[in-house]
Design a protein around this ligand. Structure first.
Ligand code: ADP
Ligand code: ZN
Ligand code: ZN
Length: 820
């Protein structure tokens, strides 16, 4: 008799034991996918982590594995080992890593919601079981797998559903379908009998009383160039509806009249436009030197930090390294922060590496994820994956190199849910498991990475000149508090100097970027009479005013209310806005420069990838003259015509109660400044602050990164912060604040008995509750040299002790290792 230790997508235990039925005894191995039952009637897809002959101690009630899903494992070495590392280092369960690592389509469970894809057209005959699953939907659009199992009476419905997912016939839950591009898409064309101009005249005559249909038909003609044969293009239904702004009912009207008709067209989900691969650009002397230095570093070390100023051409160096690795037949993972994966970089890589390029970003639907996963499983040749943080979980065969670009970005850290991993750090471990190298790149490296380079743990290569010898921009500070005092900046966000420079730039046909790291109109609204401030019903924060939507919203949980007309506290009607966000900047700019095309780039305006790309594209093409934005405008964009950058309020970046606030403020300001400057002209940055003599501002002004690092390092060492100390934060949450306070104190005391003053707290964070859960934090500051294993067992032991108290069930506890 053999037993399998199985990982389930549950945060309870690390593994569960099941008996292996004798008929599949030899086939179940480490990495196999199996269906098992857990709890009442529920089933899950589990991953086998171990097979043993020894009967486990809790022998009585061991269930049998229900079925084996694949003939060969869907994981490759060293993926399971990598999961184990993540779960031990980041103090979470293997099931949580499994959940994050594998696309839903590969881990179906009884409660998974399956929905019919209305656009599905079968290309080949469906198998009887597949057809019966589709039939089982009846009039329902979505059903859970357990219901489908019941309705079809199939014993083993999961593999059938998997194959339907793969064919694009069904999809997993509405949530996951956002941004989904089905394998076949519906396209629209003119019906044959309406193709000539006269026929069209007739069509329009028929639509005289159907204005919406008329509008839609016009939009179609515009998009398709149907009247100019040589420019004719196909138009998808989605594009047509989006661009025309018309409803599907108008389209149905035209389809019913037989003027338009629809047809299905196959589109690959992984489609990238590939022409013939191009040659690589030759490197400049400085780039060539850096490239050689990196190769030299790799003779002795596995990790190299490339510190290269903005526009020094780091990407070009990555490209040359990627080529080398592909020539060796190995794979490359190129990590970028979510927002930085743009068409710009994708197309550039596609032109060079053709179909060896795979792109993986977080807006991908689950089907696309499964498709990439399967392709990598089959892939035995060289390839390069351009991806976001979760792409570290893909089944790579042989990674020769992992590049982490913009390595200082905090988005590499997953905040919620577990595993709360930092993809940059995890990537270093992953590269090592593959026997590959890692390259971290940034114009403003994180202090953590730079420290590792200083101490010799990483190699360090510097690129101090811009490509084409362009100069770094000039940064001029403006003292806003002085201007306000002198009444030279009344009721405006813009200093006279900034306005003057903007005028000049616009007159010269140049572009401007304005940076304000806050979205919305005003972060706080107050009743002038009684001081009442509207607050979130679920979180301990004030609501942000969004003027164009005329509502107040919570930036932590999304709670939204209409703007009150009278103060609920004193019935006053006079409200005052405090602080300002991008919307207010936009409004004021519209007044200052009424004939200028302005666009806003923030979380609200760029909700979809498409909107984001459109805003960038329009700016790149010069259709927009002023771009206003949050930190989104600082993300590795390469524009050629920006001569002025305005940083509207540096103070709000610096005055944040966090030991990393200055490091981050420096990074943000330097990155944003880096967008200024054209090939032939030095850029100008106007930095508005009330503390121009502040050391940080002066360091930004001189681009003296190393000075900033020295200064910060001395503070970090003095106050026991990273990189000298490792932080582990215990986050405890509960609806019951008193209980939370008592139990957190108890918890901290137990830890303090062993760790003494390395334990801080419990502290109440600045935002004391979020989504109606109160929060307490216990902070551990551990010497960086201290062994981590004993700490881990201590934390586990204390958690077990705490769990003996039944009241602890009202507490949600998680660990945050290396918090950002
Ligand atoms: P970074 O990532 O360091 O900020 P980029 O890689 O975006 O810089 O390069 C800045 C600009 O210089 C880009 O427009 C890029 O195309 C150009 N560039 C850099 N290196 C080369 C090269 N070797 N040949 C041609 N163009 C280059
Ligand atoms: Zn009031
Ligand atoms: Zn809220």
């Amino acid at each position: 008799m053999k037993y399998a230790e199985v990982i389930l997508p549950l945060p309870l235990e690390n593994t569960y034991t099941y008996r292996i039925p004798s008929d599949i005894e030899t086939e179940v191995v480490r990495g196999s996918r199996v269906i098992v039952h857990f709890g009442k009637k529920r089933f899950y897809t589990g991953i086998v982590i171990n097979v043993s002959e020894r009967e486990p101690e809790v022998g009585c009630d061991i269930k049998e594995i229900y079925s084996l899903l694949d003939a060969t494992p869907i994981l490759r070495r060293p993926q399971l080992r990598f999961w184990e590392w993540i779960s031990t280092y980041y103090l979470c369960k293997l099931g949580e890593v499994y959940k994050a690592a594998i696309p839903s389509g590969l881990k179906l469970e009884s409660e998974t919601v399956v929905s019919l894809n209305p656009d599905f057209v079968a290309e080949t005959q469906l198998k009887p079981a597949e057809a019966s699953v589709l039939d089982a939907f009846g009039n329902d659009k979505e059903l859970t797998i357990s219901v489908l199992e019941k309705r079809t009476g199939l014993r083993n419905v999961v593999p059938v559903i998997s194959s339907l997912v793969e064919k694009g016939a069904v999809d997993l839950s509405e949530e996951l379908r956002k941004g989904f591009s089905p394998k076949t898409e519906v396209y629209i064309r003119l019906a044959e009998s309406w193709e000539s101009e006269e026929e069209l005249q007739e069509a329009f005559a028929a639509l005289k009383h159907a204005k919406n249909q008329e509008r839609l038909l016009l939009a179609y003609l515009d998009l398709s160039h149907a009247l100019t044969p040589e420019r004719r293009t196909e138009v998808s239904r989605k594009e047509l509806l989006e661009r025309s702004g018309c409803k599907i009912t108008s389209l149905s009207g035209l389809l019913r009249r037989g003027i338009l008709e629809s047809y299905a067209k196959e589109v690959s989900r992984l489609q990238i436009h590939v022409c013939k691969p191009q040659e690589l650009s030759p490197l400049s002397d400085a780039q060539e030197k850096a490239y050689r230095q990196i190769l030299d570093v790799y003779k002795q070390k596995d990790i190299c930090l490339l510190y290269g100023v903005t526009s020094s051409g780091k990407t070009e160096i990555y490209i040359h390294l990627i080529r080398d690795i592909l020539e060796q037949g190995r794979q490359v993972l190129y990590l970028l922060p979510e927002i930085a994966i743009t068409t710009q970089i994708t197309e550039r890589l596609a032109r060079l590496f053709g179909d060896k390029l795979l792109v993986y970003h977080s807006r991908f639907s689950d089907n696309e994820r499964v498709e990439i996963w399967n392709r990598l499983l089959k892939e035995n040749g060289p390839c390069v994956v351009l991806g976001v943080r979760s792409s570290i979980f893909l089944p790579f065969r042989d990674l020769g190199l992992i590049i982490v670009d913009e390595e200082h970005e905090i988005n590499y850290k997953q905040q919620e849910p577990a595993p709360r991993y930092n993809a940059r750090n995890a990537a270093l471990v992953l590269a090592n498991m593959h026997g590959g190298k890692a390259l971290l790149g940034s114009a403003t490296p994180s202090i953590d990475s730079y420290f590792n380079a200083l101490t010799g743990k990483y190699g360090l290569v510097e690129l101090t000149v811009r490509y084409n010898e362009g100069l770094l921009p000039e940064i001029q500070t403006v003292n806003v508090s002085e201007l306000r005092r002198k009444k030279q900046m009344k009721d405006t966000l813009f200093s006279p100097l900034l306005v003057e420079q903007m005028r000049k730039a616009l007159a010269a046909g140049e572009q401007i970027i304005l940076f304000q790291n806050r979205r919305g109109f005003a972060p706080m609204m107050e009743c002038r009479a009684c001081g009442w401030v509207p607050r979130c019903a679920h979180c301990d924060v004030s609501l942000t005013y969004h003027k164009h939507l005329h509502h107040l919203t919570c930036h932590y949980c999304g709670y939204t209310i209409r703007l009150p007309e009278v103060c609920p506290s004193c019935h006053g009607t006079d409200f005052r806005m405090m602080g300002f966000g991008t919307e207010k900047v936009e409004e004021e700019i519209a007044k200052l420069f009424p004939n200028t095309r302005v666009e806003r780039l923030d979380f609200d305006s760029a909700k979809t990838r498409k909107a984001y790309e459109r805003i960038l594209h329009d700016f790149e093409r010069g259709r927009t003259q002023i771009l206003i934005g949050t930190q989104m405008v600082s993300k590795g964009l390469d524009f050629g015509n920006v001569s002025v950058v305005g940083i509207l309020n540096a103070d709000s970046l610096m005055n944040i109660p966090d030991f990393r606030a200055h490091e981050r403020a420096y990074q943000l300001m330097v990155q944003v400044s880096g967008r200024a400057g054209r090939r032939d002209k030095r850029g100008l940055v106007i930095l508005q602050t009330s503390q121009p003599e502040h050391p940080l501002i002066q360091m930004v002004q001189r681009f003296s990164y190393k000075e900033m690092v020295d200064w910060q390092l001395s503070e970090r060492s003095m106050f026991h912060y990273p990189p000298y100390y490792r932080l582990i934060v215990l986050v405890l949450r509960s609806r019951n604040e008193q209980l939370l306070q008592n139990l957190s104190r108890d918890h901290a005391e137990r830890l303090r008995k062993q760790l003494g003053e390395r334990v801080l707290g419990p502290v109440t964070p600045p935002i004391t509750y979020m989504q109606t859960l109160f929060i307490r934090k216990i902070i551990l500051k551990l010497e960086i040299t201290a062994a981590i294993a004993p700490i881990r067992s201590l934390l586990e032991q204390v958690e077990q002790e705490m769990k003996l108290n039944p009241a602890f069930r009202q507490i949600i506890l998680h660990y945050d290792v290396d918090p950002l």
